[in-house]
Write a protein that binds this ligand. Structure first.
Ligand SMILES: [Mg+2]
Length: 384
């Protein structure tokens, strides 16, 4: 049983601006670009939200909705600094912290004796010492913790920071999600929502009631994944920063070798191992590197950046082999290694609402899961 918390600072950029300019408190204002150019609202104060302004809206439109809107230029350094202070406070509680944006993080409270109390104290501490309002959602997994927090924040619309605190008890995930509109679910953007509406699915509960194999047949892997999510199932762990930097694997030969066939085979095996770990952790990688060490201990590392983030083994193995073929000129090798970096959690890429899910993961991966659950026959029927 896990206890995951999701913390989100309330109108973060605006809250930081209010620290510098207290006169902004209680006033409709927005941080962002000028309305003359193509400026958009990066963040807006709660009084501005009351008048219909929201983030990502063109600033010109925001001014039309809220003529007395004050515009404050973006001040990146200050936000980064405040963000670091907040994240440091979370890390005092646990090292199992996954920062997903400048003002949002998941953290694992499973080992705490009183998770709710610790989270409440954290919220209070951030408010009292850093003067930043925040909201927290707590649930048995990341998916539900995040949706719970968004839900809790949306309940308060009084022109003040919500400072919400929402807990979904274990076992109540599906019941909590059921009445919510389908677009609240990660991975369901407007396009997917439209397709779902065509077959009468409008709430998360409607989707949860579907047969996941039928959804797989109809919508591909996205259908399977979102049906499981609709039931509140999400097994992804916390992805800490240290782990996200890179994944690599290397082999030192017992005897130096210049057998090209052998070297290529070993490189392929190492790459496959790296790829397995990448997929297991739910990451996609942007950079592939190889490491070669000659008999005299001199070491060469070479890397290449892929056109897009991926966890596809074929793509990663090919990139490693291309590097090897380019940089190995036949000298005996003592060590060979392969690694990936520039990692992002696959869910971070889903993050925004209209993601092309079909590309996100391999169908085989899903088929394997189904096989595990329903046996081989299910696959034959389902994949026909
Ligand atoms: Mg926020």
């Amino acid at each position: 049983m896990r206890i995951i918390a999701h913390l989100d600072l309330d109108a973060f950029f605006c809250a930081v601006e209010e620290l510098y300019t207290p006169a902004l408190r209680g006033v409709p204002f927005a941080v962002g670009g000028s309305p003359d150019g193509r400026g958009v609202v990066a963040s807006c104060s709660y009084p501005a939200r009351m008048q219909g302004v929201h983030s990502a809206m063109p600033m010109a439109q925001a001014i039309r909705l809220c003529p007395n809107l004050r515009i404050v230029p973006h001040r990146r350094g200050a936000y980064t600094q405040a963000s670091r202070q907040v994240m440091a406070k979370i890390r005092e509680i646990t090292d199992q912290v996954e920062q997903i944006s400048i003002d949002e993080a998941f953290f694992d409270l499973s080992d705490q004796t009183d998770a709710e109390r610790i989270a409440r104290d954290l919220q209070l501490d951030i408010n009292q010492t850093l003067h930043l309002p925040s909201s927290i959602g707590i649930a048995a997994n990341k998916l539900v913790a995040k949706i719970a927090n968004d839900y809790g924040k949306a309940q308060k619309r009084d022109g003040k920071p919500p400072r919400a605190f929402t807990v979904i008890p274990a076992g109540k995930e599906a019941a909590f999600l059921a009445p919510l509109t389908i677009t609240k679910l990660w991975g369901v953007g407007p396009k997917t929502a439209e397709r779902l509406a065509e077959i009468g699915i409008r709430t998360i509960g409607d989707l949860a009631a579907q047969d996941e194999l039928k959804m797989l047949q109809r919508f591909g892997q996205v259908g399977y994944e979102i049906t499981r999510r609709a039931r509140g199932i999400d097994k992804r762990g916390i992805v800490t920063e240290r782990e996200t930097k890179s994944i690599s694997q290397e082999t030192t030969f017992s005897k130096d070798t210049r057998d090209k066939g052998e070297l290529q085979q070993v490189l392929r095996k190492l790459s496959q191992k790296v790829c397995d770990r990448l997929q297991k952790k739910g990451f996609v990688a942007h950079t592939v590197k190889i490491k070669l060490r000659w008999s005299d201990f001199t070491t060469l590392t070479r890397q290449t950046t892929l056109p897009t983030h991926t966890d596809e083994s074929d793509v990663l193995i090919q990139a490693a082999q291309k590097l090897f073929n380019t940089h190995w000129q036949g000298r005996p090798l003592r060590l060979i290694g392969m690694g990936v970096s520039g990692l992002e959690s696959a869910n971070q890429q889903i993050g925004l609402w209209d993601h092309d899910w079909e590309k996100e993961r391999h169908v085989e991966d899903v088929l394997a899961k189904i096989k595990e659950k329903f046996g081989d026959d299910a696959i034959k029927r389902g994949a026909k």
